[in-house]
Design a binder for this molecule. Structure first.
Ligand code: URA
Length: 264
């Protein structure tokens, strides 16, 4: 009996199988194209991961392991030169992050828009102005004990929501940023950031006010979720909810800082 490759793998219980290169461009590139270690695979043999695969293919794992060792300079350089997904084709520049690299506060948004892409800094457009006002409302200032980053470092065309494969390609960068900053508190701005950092698919409304945490090895960092400033610009009634979230964040930070000064 002549079985096709797929039938054979099915029979052997080895599905889902890796898909060959004739998949859609973005998903394929997100997994491998021009990633530093992808070159280890011969051209034509590069394979992309099925969307629901549990563990990354070796090239992704190697790339993530390399990024996990980077210092700030190497990280910035790697982000600037990154070609791990299709977003690199249309960006003016990758937008790494901005602020105090030893900040207690880390705010994470979705992805750069047109102005961020032009200026190379996160949240400099209208949404950024609102974010600055939100920071000021709790006595914070961009760059002073605050770091601002995005889940995805390159602008998606027409500011569309980043795709899962694009978020996956950028995930090692965000993870390394969090590890290097080691913030006391992470504030996630909007659903894409929640998905990228917590892998959470539940609605933002259902996660607001919940005690959440980001885990990386032995490290556990409290996380608060709130609305994205761009959403708040369109949905004014929810601004009061964002204000509640910020007050909660400030209280939590005060408690944590008081705890650590009491115990030292
Ligand atoms: N929206 C984001 O999520 N990030 C930016 O940097 C700008 C707008």
């Amino acid at each position: 009996m002549n079985l096709s490759r797929k039938q054979m793998l099915d029979e052997m219980g080895l599905s889902p199988q890796w898909q060959r290169r004739d998949r859609p461009a973005v998903a394929r590139e997100a997994s491998h194209a021009a990633a530093p270690t992808a070159a280890a695979l011969p051209p034509g043999e590069q394979m992309a991961r099925p969307e629901n695969a549990a563990s990354p293919p070796l090239a992704d794992a190697q790339r993530a392991a390399e990024i996990a060792q980077f210092d700030w300079a190497a990280l910035r350089q790697s982000i600037a030169a990154c070609r791990a997904c299709g977003l690199c084709a249309q960006r003016k520049q990758a937008v790494s992050g901005v602020g105090d690299e030893a900040a207690k506060w880390l705010f994470i948004g979705e992805a750069p828009g047109a102005e961020e892409d032009a200026q190379g800094e996160p949240f400099v457009g209208q949404a950024g102005k609102l974010l600055d006002a939100m920071l000021a409302a709790i006595a914070l200032k961009r760059g002073q004990d605050v770091y601002i980053a995005n889940a995805v470092k390159c602008r998606p065309p027409a500011n569309r929501t980043p795709e899962a494969a694009e978020m996956a390609a950028c995930a090692p960068y965000l993870k390394r940023q969090i590890a290097l900053i080691a913030p006391k508190l992470i504030v996630l701005l909007g659903r894409a950031a929640v998905q990228a950092v917590l892998g959470e698919e539940r609605s933002l409304a259902s996660l607001r006010g919940k005690p959440l945490a980001y885990h990386d090895g032995e490290r556990s960092i409290p996380v608060l979720v709130t609305y994205h400033p761009a959403y708040l610009l369109r949905t004014l009634p929810d601004k009061s909810k964002a204000w509640e979230d910020l007050c909660r964040a400030r209280t939590l930070m005060r408690e944590m800082t008081a705890d650590s000064s009491a115990s030292s």
